[in-house]
Design a protein around this ligand. Structure first.
Ligand code: NAD
Ligand code: UDP
Length: 339
């Protein structure tokens, strides 16, 4: 496999994966409509990798435009990151989420048929497990009953891919269920910079650290956990990016359908993450403990043994590495990719 179509490749996880792909000798072709990323990412990728990846600014939903990408490039595999990911926005505009997320996945599968592309890696999420019955979560645990339309779209796409794999003998599909990505490339050239006030914990912390936001609210201090705050499985985005290269290697063995949790296998509380950030960067974060946020589960962390056993992949970076790299990115780019 050489040429990899990376949808959503200028986004947070996509851009880090493009770096890994180039490092491992792959030739990524990025498709992104820039609805949640900046063109500047391409300059940064060129600085890191020494080559500028091929780029198409189009929506994956636009089948005609996508057809041209398949005509012009002999695609060996697709990594499908493109999608909308705001849980709150998905509650307000479910139809937008279904048409963008599910719609673009359908277009890709149709084009895979048409152009005889057999391999696809899909960005799913721990959110497909809904309210998990036990910890840590294994891949065979029940999915569905998601807590938002965003989660429902991931679940629907998984079902679609499972049915696709059943009916296409030569299809190889890797569904990767990500836990909580944080951190940034150690160069500080690429990272996460959400538009507006961040919903996610790490960008909120870094924006408090840089002075854009005043105070972090820890959502809930009365959960039945070791310090009362919620537990999540935070994974360094570079570990996650490497997981995609392992998934491509796995697809080369023609496994049919495979599903893996990508996390660290370790749970960290919100307060532990705040304190790790303070220690790693020798600074204080202004925070207060507030009310619980609707829809949050007390704990959520992965069992990642399957990814290790079947692909040889495991996360190697620490929470401290991620805190240091998140701050390195944020402090060098206080306004993200904008000057
Ligand atoms: P991101 O928003 O940074 O990247 C997604 C990219 O897709 C953006 O660059 C956006 O412009 C692009 N995009 C959206 N719709 C498109 C379309 N129709 N056509 C072309 N491009 C389109 O998000 P991310 O954090 O890098 O997430 C990547 C994927 O991983 C998403 O599918 C997301 O749902 C999934 N995921 C993310 C997390 C997380 O916490 N970041 C967790 C689990 C799963
Ligand atoms: N969180 C918080 N304050 C914030 C944002 C998030 O306390 O400003 C908590 C949230 O309640 C959850 C954890 O941080 O327990 C991770 O939240 P995030 O939204 O980053 O990811 P989720 O696990 O919800 O997908």
């Amino acid at each position: 496999m050489g040429k990899i179509l990376v949808t959503g490749g200028t986004g947070y996880i996509g851009s880090h994966t493009v770096v890994e792909l180039i490092k491992n000798g792959y030739d990524p072709v990025i498709v992104d409509n820039l609805c949640n990323s900046k063109i500047e990412v391409l300059n940064r990728l060129e600085t890191i990798c020494g080559v500028r990846p091929k780029f198409y600014q189009i929506s994956v939903q636009d089948k005609e435009a996508m057809r041209q990408v398949f005509e012009e490039n002999e695609i060996d595999a697709i990594i499908h990151f493109a999608g909308l990911k705001s849980v709150g926005e998905s509650v307000l505009y479910p139809e937008k989420y279904y048409s963008n997320n599910v719609g673009s996945s359908k277009v890709l599968l149709e084009l895979m048929d048409e152009y005889r592309v057999h391999n696809i890696v899909f960005s799913s999420s721990a959110t497909v497990y809904g309210v998990p019955e036990r910890m840590p979560i294994v891949e065979s645990d029940p999915i569905g009953n998601c807590s938002s339309p965003y989660g429902d779209t991931k679940y629907q796409i998984e079902l679609l891919l499972m049915d696709y794999a059943k009916t296409h003998e030569d299809a190889n599909v890797a569904i990767l269920r990500y836990f909580n990505p944080i951190g940034a490339h150690p160069s500080g050239l690429i990272g996460e910079y959400p538009t507006g006030i961040p919903n996610n914990l790490m960008p909120y912390i870094t924006q408090v650290a840089v002075g854009t936001l005043e105070c972090l609210t820890v959502f809930g201090g009365d959960y039945d956990t070791r310090d009362g705050s919620c537990i999540r499985d935070y994974i360094h985005v570079c570990d996650l990016a490497e997981g995609h290269v392992y998934a491509l290697h796995k697809l080369e063995t023609k496994p049919g359908l495979v599903i893996y949790n990508l996390g660290t296998g370790r749970g960290t509380t919100v307060l532990e993450l705040v304190h790790a950030f303070e220690e790693a960067n020798n600074m204080k974060i202004n925070y207060k403990v507030g009310a619980r946020r609707d829809g949050d589960v007390p704990e959520n962390y992965a069992n990642c043994d399957k990814a290790y056993k079947e692909m040889g992949w495991k996360a190697t970076r620490t929470i401290k590495d991620a805190c240091r790299d998140s701050w390195n990115w944020q402090s060098k780019n206080p306004h993200g990719y904008d000057k």
